[in-house]
Ligand binder design. Structure first.
Ligand SMILES: N[C@@H](CCC(=O)N[C@@H](CS)C(=O)NCC(=O)O)C(=O)O
Length: 243
């Protein structure tokens, strides 16, 4: 059976997890506990030398990167996966690809920064996040959210139109990261809130909440990280992300 190496603290892991579930694609959930440093184990190094999740292992074929895994799964299961997830139509598919290409350096980068600032900055640096840094990060995230609303969503129910696609799935998991770290992302954004509600309904409220349970209850995360033997190594990586 296909194996998915995941940690539901991670946004791309949540999108792959929810997609496989909602599409009825069977898989074995292989937990990689990032906060415990399991991605630095020799065993995981054999699976992904980049030491990142998600990873998909389908027979002998190993694939990294969340959006590549999503596209692979849609194409492998094209006889059973509904077309709207990644439409066969050239231009509709191009719209999904357009969003997936945009999001990495925008919604993902800015949402992740807020998560790192709020949850990890003080344990890594020993001081609070400087106000100007946090204000800039929130402003960058807000600009990305404005683009999501105005360019990608416009007045449609979902990014490509009436139906949910991989683009919506990848967008919502990134937005939930700063939400989980305590930022009121949806406040004052009725269009975005209604879209999130539609998505949650499409995916199934139970599945959506199961995927986000860890990140909506993160109070123990800093402590867990500090207690792990790979923390010093992780610290160096985080410091670079705080610039
Ligand atoms: N663009 C990649 C990102 C993979 C990635 O950055 N994964 C993070 C979790 S969201 C990770 O494994 N981080 C561990 C580390 O860098 O130490 C994807 O979409 O899969």
């Amino acid at each position: 059976m296909m194996e998915l190496y995941l940690d539901l603290y991670s946004q791309p892991c949540r999108s792959v997890f929810m997609f496989a579930k909602v599409a009825g694609i069977p898989f074995e959930f292989k937990q990689v506990d990032l906060a415990a440093g399991q991605h630095y184990s020799d065993e995981f190094g054999e699976i992904n030398s980049l030491r990142k999740v998600p990873v998909m292992k389908d027979g002998n074929f190993i694939l990294t990167k969340g959006d590549s895994c999503l596209r692979y799964l849609v194409q492998k299961h094209s006889s059973t996966v509904a077309d709207h997830w990644y439409p066969a139509d050239l231009q509709q598919r191009a719209r999904v690809n357009e969003y997936l290409a945009w999001q990495h350096m925008n919604l993902r980068a800015h949402g992740s920064k807020i998560f790192l600032f709020k949850m990890l900055f003080s344990i890594v640096t020993g001081s609070e996040v400087p106000k100007e840094k946090m204000d800039t990060a929130v402003e960058d995230l807000n600009q990305a959210l404005d683009i999501l609303e105005e360019k990608f969503l416009q007045s449609k129910p979902f990014i490509i139109g009436d139906k949910i696609s991989l683009a919506d799935l990848v967008a919502v998991v990134e937005i939930m990261q700063p939400v989980g770290s305590g930022l009121d992302v949806f406040g004052g954004r009725p269009k975005l809130s209604a879209w999130r509600d539609r998505l949650r309904k499409e995916l199934g409220e139970k599945l959506f909440d199961e995927a986000h349970e860890l990140i909506m209850n993160m109070s123990g995360l800093p402590q867990k990280l500090q207690n792990n033997s790979a923390f010093d190594m992780m610290k160096l990586k985080f410091q670079k992300m705080f610039i």
